[in-house]
Design a binder for this molecule. Structure first.
Ligand code: CAA
Length: 295
């Protein structure tokens, strides 16, 4: 089954990443079933996809008709059983091992095709833990997308010790040939390639804020103006979500026990406070009144 033969895709979870993944699959002409736990989360996911399509249309990347057709290819629901006929499923629920394991147990029961690919967008949970929650560990592969999914070209393709090379090749083929992404491969280690490098950098910036070394605005300006990064580390942490940033940091710390991966207390307190970044309206910056610097 090559990329062309994968026409029916499922996505579990429609947060920032799941809604972006559903959008790019639908934009690639695939039928998408997007499943969430509750109707409110689904409604938020749908608005996010609509807003992203509007943005793509206003940038001249899609016509009005194509926006409508893309939306029409996405079916939203709360029943994971609706994924029964899917040929490839991407799990994109919250970055927590037990939740993801539960999803893979359920997928193993409901997805009927014996050669379906069960993939995870995790950035830090071992793929092998998800694989062993199923009776088909050779078909479980990591497909890690980047935020914003419609814009960032990369997908990390992660084989566990139990993935078959055929499944890994098919998953990579889908990301590259169907979705037009570029792929890199990583071993099944927390953080894979990108987050193992990115997270210590984001945590260092948060430690700088915590110690009063410099303000968020100046730290971000330093990296944008001084190193030509598209955005500074604190704006990027806000974009990723501080809860996700903390969850990935915790997984990395658990795996490697290196102090550079330990989340600083300020990050933990911001998550406790619900200051989760852009999606919550406030993180290191306030997005409710035009993105002013908080502190
Ligand atoms: N659909 C299609 N295209 C879109 C779009 C959408 N929804 N939204 C934006 N675009 C396009 C724009 O049209 C524009 O295209 P052109 O360059 O062809 O004009 C381009 O994307 C940039 O968009 P904007 O000009 O509107 O916005 P910007 O210049 O302020 O860039 C940004 C915004 C793309 C987010 C940029 O700041 C950036 O690249 N930031 C870094 C993001 C990053 O590092 N992401 C990785 C996070 S780590 C992660 O995700 C992994 C993890 O596990 C934690």
């Amino acid at each position: 089954m090559g990329a062309e033969e994968i026409q029916r895709v499922g996505v579990v979870g429609c947060g920032l990443m799941g809604s972006g993944i559903a959008e790019v699959c639908a934009r690639a002409g695939r039928s998408v079933v997007l499943v969430e736990v509750d109707a409110r989360a689904l409604a938020r996911g749908r608005s996010r996809i609509e807003a992203s399509l509007r943005r793509a249309a206003s940038a001249g990347k899609l016509s009005e008709d194509e926006c409508g057709e893309t939306l029409a290819r996405i079916e939203l629901g709360t029943d994971i059983g609706a994924l029964g006929d899917r040929q490839l499923v991407v799990e994109a629920v919250v970055e927590a091992g037990p939740e993801k394991v539960r999803v893979f147990e359920a997928l193993d029961k409901v997805v009927e095709a014996h050669d379906a690919l069960l993939t995870s967008n995790t950035s830090s949970i071992p793929i092998v833990k998800l694989a062993t929650a199923t009776q088909r560990p050779e078909q479980v592969v990591g497909l890690h997308f980047f935020n914003p999914v419609p814009v960032m070209p990369l997908v990390e393709v992660v084989a566990s010790l139990l993935s078959s090379e055929e499944s890994v090749g098919r998953a990579e083929g889908f990301a590259v040939d169907a979705l037009g992404k570029s792929a890199i491969r990583s071993k099944d280690r927390a953080g894979f390639v990108v987050n193992a490098l990115l997270i210590p950098y984001l945590l260092s910036a948060i430690r700088m804020v915590e110690s009063g070394f410099a303000s968020p605005r100046d730290i971000d300006a330093g990296m944008v103006e001084g190193c030509a990064h598209p955005m500074g580390p604190l704006a990027l942490a806000d974009l990723i979500g501080l809860d996700t940033t903390a969850a990935v940091a915790n997984s990395l710390y658990e795996e490697f026990k290196e102090p550079l991966y330990a989340p600083p207390p300020l990050l933990a307190r911001m998550v406790d406070a619900g200051l989760l970044g852009r999606k919550a309206g406030r993180g290191f910056y306030d997005y409710t009144d035009g993105g002013e610097v908080e502190g």
